[in-house]
Structures are given as C-alpha cells and as structure tokens.
Ligand binder design. Structure first.
Ligand code: NG1
Length: 473
C-alpha cells in the first residue's frame, strides 16, 4: 500500500503535488533511556505512514489546513488554521494533532535557526498510515515526521535528515508527551539492512550490523497503549521520576540543591560523578517510594519550580500511585544504557562471520530478556498481555523477548533463529492469537499483521509527487 494518491484526488479534485513517507520502528534494545540522554538501538520497519499535500487553491480553503485520512471512518477529517503559531489542543486527542505538531515544527525550526520562513499557505492533506496506532511501533512519530517532511517539501524548504530528526523530536512534544527522540531519528535515519545506534545531543546514527542467522519477530499484545491520553500517569511521570532521581543523586553526592536543580537535567548528567564517588544508585536512593513532601524537602524547592508546570499532572498522578519510585527508575536507566552498548558491540563483533555462533545469539537474547525484566519490574511499564506474550515467546523457543517502545501495551520483539521463524510464528498464532480470534477480539484476516518477522528498512523519503501518485526519484 503506497501513497493515498487516489484518495487525495477523490477528496480534493486534483492530484497531490508533494508527499512524504516515514516508517515506524521497532526498538531492539534501550527502552526509556533516550530522554535520559542515552543511546538506543532501533531499526525502521516496513510499516509506514504517507502524507500527501497540495497548496490550497485561492478561496475558502486558502487559510486552513484540511487534513483528511484515507481511513476516514476511524480518523475523521479535521480543519486546522494555517497558522504555525496556533496551539495544539492537547485536551482534544485528535489524530490530526500529530500533523499539526509536524506542521508547527517546520516553522519553529526556521525561527530558532533565524532562517527566513515562507508565508504559510493553506494546505490540502491526505494521510494514510499502516503503522498500527498505540502498538509501540511509533505510529505517532511516523506521522509527525511524514507531516513535517511533506510540509517542508510543499513550501520548497530543504532540510537535512539530522535537522528533521532534531526538530520533530521537539515538535512532537506539542502533543503532550515529553518524547525522547528515538522514534523520529530512526524514522528519518533508518537504512535498509541496518539497525542503528542512535545517540543524542546532537542526534546521530551509526550502523549496527545484525548477526547473520537471526530474525526479529514482532507480535502485538493487542492492548493499545494510548500514550498521549495516559501521559500524566505513565510516560511523563517516568520522565519526571528520572529528573527527580538525577537531581537527588547529585544532591546526595554533595552538590548544593539549588545548583543541582539548575545543572542536572537527566540521569546521564550524574553518571560520571556517581562513578567517581564509587557509589551505586542503591547507596544513595532508598527503596521505598518518595513522597512529595520528602522530595520537596530534599530539593529545598517545589517540584514545579525544579521541573516546570508541565509536570503538575504527573505530580498529582504520583500521589495517587503512592509516591515516586526514584531508585527503581534510575537503576533501570543505568542498567539499560549499558545493555545497549554491549548489544551493539556483540552485534558488530559477530558481523564478519558468515553465521553468528549459538553463543552470540544466546547472549543477545539474554540481554533482551534482562531488558524486559528491568522494564517490567523496575520501570513498571509492562502489561499482563505483554507478560503473557513474552513468556510464551520464550517458551516457544525465542532466544530472548521484550516489550518494545513505551510499553503498557503494544508490541513485543523476539529474537529467533532464522530457520525457526515460520514454525515459531505459527506456534505464537496457535497459542496467543487463536483464542483472541475465537473470542472476537481479533479478526482472522488480521493475523499476519499482528505477528510477523521483519528486517531493517529504509528511513523516510519526501519530495514532489508524480501524477501517478509516487514520489519523484
Ligand atoms: P513509543 O510510545 O513506542 O512510540 C516512546 C517514545 C520514545 C522512547 C520510548 C521508550 C515518543 C514519540 N516516543 O515510544 O522516545 O522514549 O517510548 O523507549 O514519545
């Protein structure tokens, strides 16, 4: 399924002039560490989102963005102002918020860079997404990246891949999650046949050659993770807990509270000082959840003053959950960051052999299992369905299995020997999915889209569209 060219012409009466496609991704290892400044190891997948655009003709639509979707029944058409300054309405969780975030991002980037911005004109837009929403494969970033790239193309703007990766990370935050940057980066920088180590500050991607003889199987737990809607008590709360843990670690290491709050943003900022002092997280942070009173007492300031008012909903959510689990969150981040580098090193060192040894694959699988356990126990971002699925995945012979993406639902990724893929997928269908078909939760015709093997795919492309509805090469 390619560009929604026919749908565009049917809705707007003329072909699209510009377009972009951007893929979703599967993260092989490195969960919830990107927003703490650490590297992640994803690959782009074959599921992608298309955004086709055309400048609105003079008249009624000249000052608006008419944003339509090829699946109009599920994603109804939305009209937005053609004004990059217009606020994204976070309280109304519309699918088109992601388009608007990408649209704003283009102009905000130009402004930050001090580059001249073109007059923003009205646009006709048609979207088609094949990345399942809320599945942990980053449908949100695929849409933000494709939107930004298409908007840039129709305004005649040229950006590097790195620029797009940087500014789409920032602009996706308009939707309401304090996104870390992995998804946008791999969606733009993905390459056929290569996983990538993505590092931040500035964002950059280096090749990771996956060992020959192995395959990655993605399976959807069928519980949708509504990231934007649940951000206050889940994703954003974790970002806040990490920030608080980082500042309290710095204070425990002797930095005065005010200085720590000003200079420490993420856990990576205190890693060196921890190492230099020969301390571990568990030496400095206690196991029991921290109450608001205790945290603010240690900070010598309100959380709002330290982290900003955007986190107030998360502060309220933490009170409901019984406090902030700072030690557990920090331990997850530091251990996961190390697993990413060990995983990368092992992949690259086995790249020269014609088939990876059983030992190598077993070691990679073990790291994936450890990553999952840490996500589940320390970071508490798994779900009963993901536990069932990853447990079954191992029982059925996967060398390792873990949730992928933010968690709380969505997909898992399992490492499987290449030769075992067919029977393995069939066994997963029989043991996990068939009963869901029987209960009506899943349509039998969707079986192949909820469990499949994939290799690394190319990142986004964009530009002018041919009249036949393809991107000009
Ligand atoms: P999902 O929700 O799977 O797209 C999110 C973040 C990532 C990263 C992962 C957890 C966004 C757009 N993406 O991914 O940056 O933090 O969670 O590793 O918020």
């Amino acid at each position: 399924m390619g560009a929604p060219g026919a749908e565009f012409a049917a809705r707007f009466g003329a072909p699209a002039t510009h377009g972009a496609r951007a893929p979703g991704r599967v993260n092989l290892i490195g969960e919830h560490v990107d927003y703490e400044g650490y590297a992640v190891l994803p690959m782009a997948v074959a599921l992608e989102t298309w955004v086709c655009v055309r400048r609105a003709p003079a008249g009624a639509e000249a000052g608006v963005l008419v944003v339509a979707n090829a699946d109009g029944a599920q994603y109804p058409e939305v009209e937005l102002p053609a004004d990059p300054g217009a606020r994204v309405d976070r309280e109304r969780h519309s699918w088109a918020n992601y388009f608007q975030a990408g649209y704003k991002g283009v102009f905000e980037h130009l402004r930050r860079e001090g580059r001249p911005a073109p007059e923003p004109y009205g646009l006709q837009v048609m979207v088609r997404g094949r990345v399942p929403a809320g599945s942990g494969l980053s449908s949100s970033s695929a849409l933000v990246v494709a939107s930004a790239a298409a908007v840039a193309a129709v305004h005649g703007l040229e950006f590097s891949r790195q620029e797009i990766a940087e500014f789409t990370r920032v602009c996706e935050q308009h939707v309401g999650t304090m996104s870390g940057g992995m998804d946008q980066a791999i969606s733009v920088m993905g390459e056929q046949g290569l996983a990538k180590l993505i590092e931040f500050g500035p964002v950059r991607a280096s090749d990771v050659i996956l060992p020959p003889g192995c395959a990655f199987v993605i399976a959807n737990s069928l519980t949708v993770s509504k990231k934007a809607e649940t951000a206050a008590g889940r994703y954003n709360l974790r970002v806040l807990e990490c920030r608080l843990a980082a500042v309290l670690l710095a204070i425990a290491l002797g930095t005065p509270p005010e200085e720590a709050a000003a200079s420490v943003q993420v856990l990576k900022d205190v890693e060196a000082a921890l190492g230099a002092a020969g301390k571990r997280v568990g030496d400095l942070l206690h196991d029991a959840p921290y109450s608001l009173v205790e945290v603010e007492g240690l900070l010598g300031a309100s959380i709002e003053a330290v982290a900003g008012a955007d986190f107030l909903p998360s502060v309220r959510a933490a009170a409901e959950f019984g406090g902030f689990k700072l030690r557990q969150r920090a331990e997850h981040v530091y251990s996961e960051a190390q697993r990413v580098l060990r995983f990368r090193d092992l992949c690259n060192s086995s790249a020269s052999s014609s088939a990876a040894s059983g030992e190598t694959l077993a070691a990679l699988g073990k790291m994936m299992d450890e990553s999952h356990a840490s996500c589940s126990v320390q970071y508490e971002c798994s779900s009963p369905e993901l536990e069932e699925l990853t447990g079954l995945a191992r029982e059925l012979g996967a060398l390792g299995a873990r949730l992928t993406g933010a968690g709380w639902g969505g997909c898992m990724v399992a490492l499987v020997k290449e030769g075992d893929v067919g029977p393995y997928i069939q066994a997963l269908k029989d043991r996990f999915f068939q009963k869901r078909v029987a209960s009506g939760e899943l349509d039998a015709s969707d079986l192949d889209s909820v469990v499949f093997a994939t290799g690394p795919c190319p990142g986004a492309s964009w530009g002018r569209m041919t009249t036949a509805g393809a991107l000009e090469s």
